[in-house]
Design a protein around this ligand. Structure first.
Ligand code: AHR
Length: 330
């Protein structure tokens, strides 16, 4: 079923002494195919609408497939994810899956999993390691491409985006979590493409940690220190939605006085896009549960899987958002 690289349309008491992060065990119900398979999943947190949809997809698919899912929420802290992974190793789960909050610092714990002969699947985000034997496969988006799509829209719409018509398109960037793959890659992709147009200038760039509150606070500060902002590029919808609140509180009209580009396309983002408050959204699909469980079953059965599985994604203009909003699943 899997080719070399697949593209697909998408979607206990775990830790003795670990009270900071939520954890649970969703007993498999003998559904199709995963009977008896135990998966330990170390989630990043619940920082965004995207993350909540991702968690729901994983939990629901595990239940449907009869996978015994041990789930932990690391509250966006790497140390909590590492503790969770160690706990899964101790529990001798069949497979560990996780979405690394940041790219670096995983080699030691992944070596421990390897020594215990427990396969690891990366989902959503990658790790930065020289040793790719530390994980079996990586399922998730191409974040550089997402940044490129955001940048290309701005290049194509630069004249319109120059709201004050002074010849410069001044961009403020709301970055995701510092050190996280989507923050690094979405920045890179956007810069690679927009650097072809001298008029486009990133005048400020700061992390909003992928949260609505973070986006709002950083945008408030940007509005105080810059009176010439034409465009907000937010690495996710939630930070863009926070920026909208800050822009409206400053007496400006989001989407008109200041253009907004975001990534994700969750329902709240798509609603704001259809209302004209956001100008363009690059999709990042959170519904990874079905592909993750398929990969896990194959890995545990000793079958070959591709090293990289890229999710297929699209983009949305305001008109396109109006057309698809009613059927949006998340
Ligand atoms: O890793 C995916 C990113 O993480 C999503 O774009 C963002 O909303 C989430 O928090």
């Amino acid at each position: 079923m899997f080719k070399k690289v697949i593209t697909v349309a998408a979607g206990l008491a775990l830790l003795g002494g670990m009270t900071a992060c939520g954890s649970s065990s969703d007993g498999g119900n003998g559904g199709s195919g995963g009977d008896g398979l135990t998966m330990g999943f170390a989630q990043v947190g619940a920082e965004s609408g995207w993350r909540s949809a991702n968690t729901t997809s994983i939990r629901e698919t595990a239940k449907k497939d009869g996978v015994d899912l041990k789930f932990s929420d690391a509250q966006q802290k790497q140390e909590n994810q590492i503790k969770a992974i160690r706990s899964y190793i101790q529990q001798k789960v069949d497979v560990i899956a996780f979405s690394p909050v940041v790219e670096t610092g995983w080699d030691a714990v992944l070596q421990e999993a390897k020594r215990a002969k427990i396969p690891v699947i990366l989902t959503d985000r990658a790790v930065d390691s020289d040793d790719d034997s530390l994980y079996v496969t990586f399922l998730g988006s191409d974040f550089v491409e997402e940044g490129e799509k955001a940048g290309q829209w701005l290049v194509d719409n630069a004249q319109d985006a120059d709201v004050d018509k002074n010849g410069d398109v001044n961009v403020v960037e709301l970055q995701g979590t510092t050190g996280a793959a989507p923050a690094i890659d979405r920045k890179k992709g956007f810069e690679d493409v927009t650097s072809s147009d001298d008029a486009i200038k990133i005048i400020a760039s700061q992390t909003g940690d992928f949260t609505r509150d973070g986006g709002k606070k950083v945008m408030e500060a940007f509005l105080q220190s810059h009176d010439d902002i034409d465009v907000v590029y937010a690495h996710n919808d939630d930070m863009g939605l926070g920026a909208i609140e800050a822009i409206e509180a400053a007496g400006k009209k989001p989407g008109t006085d200041i253009k907004i580009i975001t990534v994700d396309a969750v329902k709240d983002g798509m609603t704001a896009l259809s209302e004209g408050k956001i100008n363009f959204i690059v999709e990042c699909n959170p519904l990874l549960g079905p592909q993750l469980m398929e990969l896990a079953k194959k890995v545990v059965a000793g079958e070959d899987v591709p090293k990289r599985v890229v999710t297929e994604e699209t983009t949305f203009t305001q008109d396109q958002a109006k057309q698809v909003l009613a059927d949006r699943q998340y």
